[in-house]
Design a protein around this ligand. Structure first.
Ligand code: GCU
Length: 403
């Protein structure tokens, strides 16, 4: 699309504030229809209750609209999660390395049908100062080892430590193996293994998000970390899980979704986005173990979904949301991720935080630079699908948790 026309909305708070929100004219809500127009199509309006009442205050957003949206995403997309308060214990083994204190943390979860353990790894920089914050990575590549010196662009632990952040990670296979055996991690601690899961039960992506919250249970207790400065980060399938974790669990002060694509930051109603991107039907066919079975009802019928993915991003408000795309990542529909990012801004603006940091709503924005507002960040990296050192450079720029 050529969203050249942009509307600048003035923030309503404080006499000295400058105009902050840049959204395409086509994204302005249509009060009569109860929808927002995005790139010429109707989308659900995050700022309207199910009964049509406009949401104009943060109180109504938090007490009424957020629960409605979470319920819609649970019923129709990600499924209902595992219970939030299982009995658990933490088993910590600390080792002092030259650049970090490494803690191997066994997080044991108990359900009615057994116990399981998530093995998390945490690196805390040895500067003597409290870390500036912690990145918690949901990892599906098994790519983060115990030795920070053996790192990669995907998880450049030395650079993260040098920037003053702690870094924690867990392998999502501990929670739900990524394939046909997905129930064999933690899901069947809570469901009888010989019975099918209900259609609206969460599957692997829901379990991974839940696993991030269990690791967060531990991070909240670690004396070396500030529990109010933890970001959950994920790439691709793990980016979908990171968004869903951050949408539900407000203990995450920030969410970083790298190339999260379909059922991540990409708007579902765009279908293949004109670039052959992954649709709801394709993702459900290729990865039947990721989402609730109920999501399949929307194969080829995205317009019938009660939600779309800009509303998932909006559920992170007023905490920082960071969306990153790559120019060559057609499968993820980078423009669809960009449009969802912009369309989440009106919810941030309820808090006076709707500045997306982008100079205009024109696609594509300049590649390889970070755009940052007080609570929203975006970048478009040159190149293909991946989480790279270049992405991390932008994540480590500035203070992730500052305004
Ligand atoms: C596939 C899938 C994507 C997913 C990606 C990944 O490409 O189609 O939805 O994001 O795998 O996780 O790497």
């Amino acid at each position: 699309m050529a969203a050249s026309a942009a509307l600048v909305m003035c923030a309503a708070v404080g006499p000295t504030r400058q105009p902050t929100v840049v959204v395409p004219v086509s994204q302005v809500a249509d009060p009569a229809a109860g929808t927002v127009r995005i790139d010429g199509e109707d989308y659900p309006d995050p700022l309207r209750l199910r009964d049509g009442t406009p949401v104009t205050t943060t109180a109504v957003w938090e007490e009424q609209r957020r629960p409605e949206l979470l319920d819609d995403f649970r019923r129709n997309v990600y499924g209902h999660g595992l219970p939030d308060a299982p009995a658990r214990s933490f088993d910590v083994t600390s080792t002092t390395l030259p650049e970090a204190t490494r803690k191997l943390v066994g997080i044991t979860v108990e359900g009615p049908h057994g116990t399981g353990t998530i093995d998390a790894t945490l690196f805390v920089p040895r500067t003597g100062d409290e870390p500036r914050g912690t990145f918690l990575m949901i990892d599906h590549r098994g790519a983060v080892g115990d030795d920070p010196a053996r790192s990669s662009g995907y998880a450049p632990v030395p650079a993260i430590l040098a920037a003053g952040y702690a870094f924690a990670t867990f392998d999502l296979d501990d929670v739900a193996p990524d394939g046909g055996a997905y129930r064999g991690g933690m899901i069947d601690l809570f469901h009888p293994a010989d019975r099918p899961l209900p259609d609206d039960a969460g599957r692997a992506v829901g379990a991974w998000a839940w696993g991030a919250s269990r690791v967060m249970d531990y991070l909240q207790t670690d004396p070396d970390l500030d529990p109010t400065r933890v970001a959950v980060i994920g790439h691709s399938r793990s980016g979908k899980a990171a968004l869903w974790a951050g949408a539900q669990d407000t203990r995450f002060a920030a969410v970083v979704a790298n190339n999260s694509g379909s059922t991540g930051a990409k708007l579902a109603r765009r279908g293949d986005g004109g670039v052959g991107a992954e649709t709801v039907a394709r993702i459900n066919a290729a990865f039947p173990h990721w989402f609730a079975r109920a999501y399949r009802a929307f194969d080829g019928r995205e317009g019938a979904l009660p939600v779309d993915q800009h509303e998932l991003l909006a559920l992170i408000a007023p905490r920082r949301v960071v969306i990153a795309s790559a120019t060559g990542d057609a499968n993820a529909d980078p423009e669809g991720e960009f449009l969802a990012y912009l369309a989440a801004a009106p919810v941030y603006e309820l808090y006076g935080l709707g500045d997306t940091g982008l100079p205009s709503a024109e696609w594509p924005p300049r590649a390889d630079r970070g755009f940052r507002g007080p609570a929203m960040s975006y970048h478009l990296r040159s190149g293909g699908h991946g989480l790279t050192a270049a992405d991390w450079e932008l994540y480590l720029e500035g203070d992730l948790f500052g305004r």
